[in-house]
Every structure is written in structure tokens, then in C-alpha cells.
Design a protein around this ligand. Structure first.
Ligand SMILES: [Zn+2]
Length: 204
């Protein structure tokens, strides 16, 4: 290889590296009008312990609905076989395969009693029934989670759309998506799959 060829190759590599770099990608995304919802994943503080499980810092609630304050739990990690055994086929499809139930196929009506919605996979408290509203979409809809730490919000670019996915912080199961066309006071619409939630009436 001649000296000139070497210089050309080095320059090509430099340009390639620059093109693949974050700033170039951000500029490209800006030109293409891609909406950036937030920088990364939003969720509770987590740490993997020495022997494996991930510890998650959540807000816990008693069975009767009373808030118990901050708590640290181990993220529920099961094998595929164990998840299939624990969940109904539809809940498995939603929580473990990021599926979506058909609109109006599940229980999407606001309950007539106060209570909490918990994850069917791991029982983490996710939504207070007081924040549920009729969105007309056929999916249970809420204007805020029971605690920001109990859900993980993640950028989702599947199906050619930029959306924000919502997952359960206690088991990393897929719950649904959040959109910014909800009612006051937050203006958010947490659009959930009913099979991922279990309603527990408040008794306290
Ligand atoms: Zn869960």
C-alpha cells in the first residue's frame, strides 16, 4: 500500500468512526424529526447483588392498600417454563413477550370500589384505582402510576413508532405504553393491558 493509499484509508476510518459516533447519530435523528422522549431508561434504582438477583427500590403497599413507604425487593426472575406455569397464556404473551391484548377484550372499566392494581406477575403495586379514567380506548387507562419507582419507562421504536413503553419494576414484565394525551392533572395516559393487572379492593 502506498503512502497516499494509507492516508486515504486512515481518513475513511476516521470519517466512519465520526459517523457512527453519538453526536452524528443525534444530528441525524434531529434532521429526520425523530422525537426524543428522554435520554434513556427511567425507573427505580437497581443493583445486582453478588449472588445474582437485582435489588429494586420501590414503594410498597400492604394487602389492605396502606402505603408502607420505601422498600427494597429482589426483582422476580423466573425461567420461561416457570413464567408459563405462573401466568395465563394471555398474561404470558403480554408480560413476557411484549404483546398487546385486543382493545375491549379485557376488563377496562374503572372499579366501583377504591383499591390498587397490582402486577399479575409479581404483585408489585402499580396503579391506584382513583387515577383510572375512561379513555374510550378499550384498555384500562390511568393518569399516573402509584409510584414513579414502581414502573420502568423505556423508549420503544417498534412498529415504526416512537413510543414510551411501561414495564413493571418488580419483574420487568411489559405492561403497556404511556402517551401525553391524558387528562389533568398530569396530561398523561398510561394505557395498560388489563391481563397484566390484578385489582385488589382497599380494606383499610
Ligand atoms: Zn411485576
Amino acid at each position: 500500500m502506498s503512502r497516499t493509499q494509507e492516508i486515504v484509508m486512515t481518513e475513511r476510518r476516521r470519517l466512519l468512526r465520526a459517523a457512527l459516533g453519538g453526536s452524528a447519530l443525534a444530528a441525524l435523528a434531529g434532521m429526520m424529526g425523530v422525537r426524543r422522549l428522554f435520554a434513556g431508561e427511567r425507573g427505580p434504582a437497581t443493583a445486582r447483588t453478588a449472588d445474582g438477583p437485582i435489588e429494586v427500590h420501590l414503594q410498597c403497599f400492604a394487602d389492605d392498600g396502606r402505603p408502607l413507604g420505601p422498600c427494597t425487593v429482589r426483582r422476580l426472575e423466573l425461567s420461561d417454563t416457570e413464567w408459563r406455569r405462573r401466568l395465563s397464556p394471555m398474561a404470558y404473551y403480554v408480560l413476557r413477550q411484549d404483546g398487546t391484548e385486543r382493545a375491549f377484550s379485557g376488563d377496562h372499566e374503572k372499579p366501583d370500589r377504591p383499591g390498587l392494581f397490582r402486577c399479575v406477575g409479581c404483585a408489585t403495586a402499580l396503579f391506584d384505582a382513583a387515577t383510572e379514567f375512561d379513555s374510550g380506548t378499550g384498555w384500562p387507562s390511568f393518569w399516573q402510576p402509584i409510584a414513579a419507582s414502581n414502573v420502568i419507562e423505556k423508549r420503544d421504536a417498534s412498529f415504526g413508532m416512537i413510543r414510551t413503553e411501561v414495564r413493571c419494576a418488580g419483574c420487568d414484565g411489559h405492561l403497556g405504553h404511556v402517551f401525553d394525551d391524558g387528562p389533568r392533572p398530569t396530561g398523561l395516559r398510561y394505557c395498560m393491558n388489563s391481563v397484566a393487572l390484578r385489582f385488589v379492593p382497599r380494606t383499610a
